[in-house]
Design a protein around this ligand. Structure first.
Ligand SMILES: Cc1cc2nc3c(=O)[nH]c(=O)nc-3n(C[C@H](O)[C@H](O)[C@H](O)COP(=O)(O)O)c2cc1C
Length: 400
């Protein structure tokens, strides 16, 4: 064979195999194929530095580069929390879409609700980079973003625009934070409530991020009383009051949690629900990754048990009367189911979305549907708190 003929053949071969690979990848991407994401796309994205990868993922969702998932939520997954109807109980936790850029794209991936933020009143840059770390061996993340935020005004405009477009009817939660240099943290939350109540479905008072100095101290009963009293005063003055959730840290002791549960039972300090939990500063769990001692909040698999136990505790301390959104290390239907049995009425995930990609949403929903069925539940609501045995329930109702 002449050399020119050989090179022509080689060129066609390269062309055909490139085209075939492109078509296969395109098809797998389009179908949200779990294997493709796990073996090709996620490892490629992981080659980027963690914050760059996060930014890329937000942009992919913002520009809706992933096709909507075809999985139709079964009826059994339909539920409600604080009178907010959810087509399924799986939400994306705060911190992924901090600035409300990707709400529609995230919803198209199958999330039942999207929580944006934390958003601060004034725009702020957050902490110095690097500030996000993947703990691959532990399927965990440590972040010390420190509330990098576009600020209330810009974020409000984005949500307003989306609502006005009439394209989006899904559930949006707005997670509120405070500015690092704020001299009046209570007013940071109050201003957030006033601004976002008309366009959000629920609001979150986040006093549990570990990366803003002094923030977690606001969980202390006296400070919390003052904050929640103002929050309630503001809420009652609003034309369109929305449910308010309080997001808690998993590092609270049982007694601290008990104080909080007592506080929110007071009429002037009540909240509509709890989100349990934020990230942990605890490193006592066995972590294998070399960067596990980075400063910041740890999320993902190592947080799973700790947050589940706290949900169980809070459910008991509130006699199951305060709805809970459970978060922390959820990456499968079983994880979601465990949180529901512990007392969560809905759940959120973040870290498993980083490690498994968008297919995790459908996977969690399918597996949860199966588990509810196998265990004889006709709805998510029926299963809430059922992991707490009758024996434990009666003991607790005796004490509280
Ligand atoms: C990179 C990153 C940033 C986060 N930022 C916020 C935030 O701004 N506000 C907040 O309330 N929680 C934030 N979180 C906490 C999550 O909302 C969630 O509570 C926590 O990660 C536990 O869920 P997971 O184990 O599924 O990630 C952040 C988490 C991660 C990983």
């Amino acid at each position: 064979m002449s050399s020119s003929k050989f090179f022509r053949k080689l060129r066609s071969l390269v062309f055909i195999s490139t085209a075939a690979t492109g078509i296969t990848f395109g098809y797998s991407y389009y179908r949200n194929d779990e294997n493709f994401f796990r073996t090709i796309l996620i490892p490629s994205i992981m080659m980027l530095e963690a914050e760059q990868a996060h930014r890329l993922a937000v942009l992919i969702c913002k520009w809706k580069l992933l096709p909507p998932v075809s999985y139709k939520d079964p009826e059994v997954l339909g539920t409600s929390i604080c009178n907010i109807s959810l087509k399924n109980p799986v939400g994306i936790a705060a911190g992924f879409d901090k600035n409300a850029e990707a709400i529609e794209g995230l919803s198209q991936l199958g999330f039942g609700f999207v929580e944006i933020g934390s958003v601060t009143p004034m725009p702020q840059a957050g902490n110095q980079k690097p500030r996000v770390f993947r703990l691959k061996e532990d399927e965990a993340i440590i972040n010390r973003y420190g509330f990098n935020s576009d600020g209330h005004e810009q974020v409000w405009h984005r949500i307003q625009q989306l609502r006005a477009s009439g394209r989006f009817e899904g559930v949006i939660g707005v997670n509120l934070g405070k500015n690092k240099t704020s001299e009046d943290p209570v007013s940071d939350y109050v201003e957030g409530l006033k601004l976002f109540s008309p366009c959000a479905d629920y609001l979150v008072i986040n006093v549990s991020s570990p990366n803003t100095p002094g923030l977690r101290d606001m969980q202390h009963k006296d400070t919390l009383k003052k904050l929640l009293t103002e929050v309630n005063k503001t809420k009652s003055s609003l034309e369109t009051p929305k449910p308010i959730f309080l997001k808690l840290a998993p590092d609270l002791t049982h007694d601290e949690l008990k104080d909080i549960c007592k506080t929110i039972k007071r009429k002037e300090c009540q909240v509509d629900g709890l989100i349990i939990s934020n990230t942990t500063i605890d490193r006592s769990v066995t972590l294998r990754s070399s960067n596990s001692q980075e400063v910041g909040g740890l999320s993902g698999r190592p947080l799973k048990e700790k947050s589940t136990r706290m949900i169980e505790d809070a459910y008991k301390l509130t006699d199951g009367k305060v709805p809970i959104i459970g978060a922390g290390g959820i990456g499968s239907g079983q994880d979601a189911y465990d949180k529901i049995l512990a007392g969560a009425s809905a759940i959120q995930l973040y870290s498993s979305f980083v490690y498994q990609g968008p297919p995790v949403v459908t996977k969690v929903k399918k597996e949860l549907d199966e588990l509810l069925g196998i265990n004889g539940y006709d709805s998510v609501a029926q299963a809430v708190g059922q992991g707490i045995t009758k024996e434990k329930r009666s003991i607790f109702s005796y004490f509280f």
